[in-house]
Each structure stands twice: as C-alpha cells, then as structure tokens.
Design a binder for this molecule. Structure first.
Ligand code: 1BN
Ligand code: ZN
Length: 332
C-alpha cells in the first residue's frame, strides 16, 4: 500500500498536531497542521473497474447486464469490508416504464457518528439520444463515462478505505435510475420534466437507508473520466454547498490539479446531488465534466454510442480520485 503524507489545508509536514514551529522572519509561532496519511489513488485500478462494468453491457434497469453488474458491485464492496445494504424498488419512469431498481449503500465504519457520503449513479442511459446518427437514438449506450467512471473511482477509493481507516465514517452510495430522464424526442409531449432524472436518489432522499440519516457533506462523481476533463463550479453545488466546493477545489489546487478543477461557474444540473441537497438537506456538490462547446454541453461522447473506454483517460481519473481521497482522509 503506497501512502502520501498530505494535509489539504497546508503543506505536507511531519510536524505532529499541536507542535509549534517558528515561522521564518516574523518570530511569531505558527501551529503547523498535522500531516495526514493519504493513500495513493491508483488510476490503473480505477480504469479496470470501469472496464469491468462496461463488460456487463448497458446497465439499463430491467436488463440482464444491470442485474449482473449490481451483484458484482455489492460483492466488490463486501470484499473491501463494507457493510452493504441495498434498496430494491420499482420506480416509475416519466413515460410509465416500471424500472426494477437497486440503490447500493456501502458503509465503512458504520458505528461512527460523523460521516461523509460519496456517491455516483451506476445505471446507464437506455437511449443514445444525442448520437449524431439518428438510427442510434433508441439504442442503449455503453456508459463508460456516464455511469462507469464515477463508480470506478469510488470502487478504487473503497479499496483504500478497507486497509487505511479514515477518522470519520464514509458511506459510498451508488444510485440507480439516474439516467432514465426524458428522451430528447419526448420533450414536447412531456414538457421538459426535469424530475424524470435521478429517480434512485429521489427515492433514497425520501427513504434513507437509516432513519434520520445525515452526513457532514456529500460529493457526487458523474462523468469524470474524459481526457482533459474540466470540472466547473456547478450551480446547485454553489447554491447549497459552497463551502464544500471551496474545500474540494482548494484541495485539488494544492495537489496540482487546477487544470481539471477550474475556477469558473458552470450551469445548474439536475443530477443526484440536487435531491440529496433539496430533499435530505446534506450539503452536496457535483464533480462533473462540462464542455460548453459540445452539442449537449457535456462532451461529444455524451449520450452517444461513443461513450466507451476510448473516452476514459487515467490522468482525469487520477486527478479526481486523489483529490477526493485527500479530502476524505483530512476530515477529523
Ligand atoms: C448526468 C449524466 N445527467 C444525465 N447524465 C443529468 C442531467 C439531467 C443532465 C438533465 C442534463 C440534463
Ligand atoms: Zn447521462
């Protein structure tokens, strides 16, 4: 296990908490922040976790690939020592489709009161409705980036949580049925229907796995694997959790990832974190790649048949994974 000595708030140091050092020049004593041992995020491992999910085929609720992938994810978390609970529920899509859905909740150190939650959606979109080729508009897409990437990073984080305990408890929640939102061709018939997205997180926010569940904050990872990813300040993250945005972007900057974690304001995205914020009251942010120059604002592969492993870049996975790991290991 490779480890890194790192404190998000200051420079890496071997000075113990409370020890004082003379700050150069001023003569005033300064208390150095304690160095925290943070595991080194392995982007090769995260990449393999994404590849494994894609190999199940599209993870559309109700399909064999979806069912098999859920079993794989549960057993993977269990192998990393998590206490796993699932919520199996039939959710109704905007068009009346009934979706056999499963939220997967992996609890690390479940007895700890102070907790953070990390989350992603694990389902994939049933329709490649942004594909340049119209004949693909009702075909399911591979979902390497949109679905696979956030989960891949969180599995790699889970691998470390099992061997290097954090001071706080961590819950990793994989939401289902995020991506069954309104088909582009249906927007007139059903209006824009923004509540058609993120059905699994809406269910969980109203029915958390533990009565009265809360967490200090939450971080959503969605579409985090594209080469040259740019994570802008997402609008609902700023509205509900600006201090968490600041914490994460500062940490990324101190690790040298400012090219990824860009200090620019992006749009408001009705993603899983919106419901975790508005229905459950847990201040939560979305780390999501935005590409304002591309047709639907998320990158040319997004909601197309091209969302495959070709669009997964280990450097982007590393930037996100190392940043989130460092934030979590610095929570006291
Ligand atoms: C994120 C990934 N989303 C879908 N796939 C959320 C979303 C909701 C994006 C509405 C655009 C509009
Ligand atoms: Zn999507």
């Amino acid at each position: 296990m490779l480890l890194l000595l790192f404190s998000c708030g200051g420079s890496a140091s071997s000075v113990k908490e409370g020890e004082k050092s003379q700050s150069a020049g001023s003569g005033a004593p300064a208390v150095m922040e304690a160095a925290v041992i943070v595991p080194i995020f392995d982007a090769d491992s995260a990449y393999q976790f994404i590849d494994r999910q894609v190999a199940f085929g599209p993870r559309v609720p109700g399909t064999a690939g979806h069912k098999a992938c859920a079993e794989y994810l549960v057993s993977k978390f269990q192998s990393y020592g998590a206490e796993v609970v699932t919520q199996d529920v039939e959710l109704k899509a905007y068009n009346g489709d009934i979706l056999p859905s499963r939220n997967i909740i992996a609890q690390f150190q479940p007895d700890k009161k102070n907790r953070v939650m990390l989350f992603a959606h694990w389902d994939t979109r049933p329709w490649a409705d942004s594909d340049p080729d119209e004949s693909n508009h009702y075909k399911p897409l591979p979902g390497a980036n949109d679905g696979g990437s956030g989960v891949g990073v969180l599995l790699e984080i889970a691998r470390h949580l099992s061997s290097v305990p954090t001071e706080i408890g961590v819950d990793i929640i994989l939401f289902d049925a995020e991506d069954y939102g309104i088909h582009e061709k249906d927007t007139e018939q059903y209006y824009s229907n923004s509540t058609s997205w993120a059905l699994g997180s809406q269910y969980w926010a109203m029915n958390p796995h533990k009565t009265g569940y809360s967490a200090r904050f939450g971080i959503l990872l969605d579409i985090v694997g594209a080469p040259g990813s740019r994570f802008l300040y997402e609008g609902y993250s700023l509205k509900y959790a600006d201090r968490v945005v600041d914490k994460v972007w500062r940490c990324a900057s101190s690790l040298g990832y400012s090219d990824y974690f860009v200090r620019e304001v992006g749009g408001m995205i009705t993603d899983d974190h919106y419901y975790v914020n508005s229905m459950r009251g847990i201040p939560s942010i979305n780390i999501i790649n935005c590409d304002p120059g591309s047709p639907n604002g998320f990158g040319p592969y997004h909601h197309t048949m091209k969302d495959d492993m070709e669009w997964i870049d280990k450097a982007s996975l590393k930037a996100v994974g190392q940043t989130v790991l460092t934030v979590v290991y610095n929570e006291k």
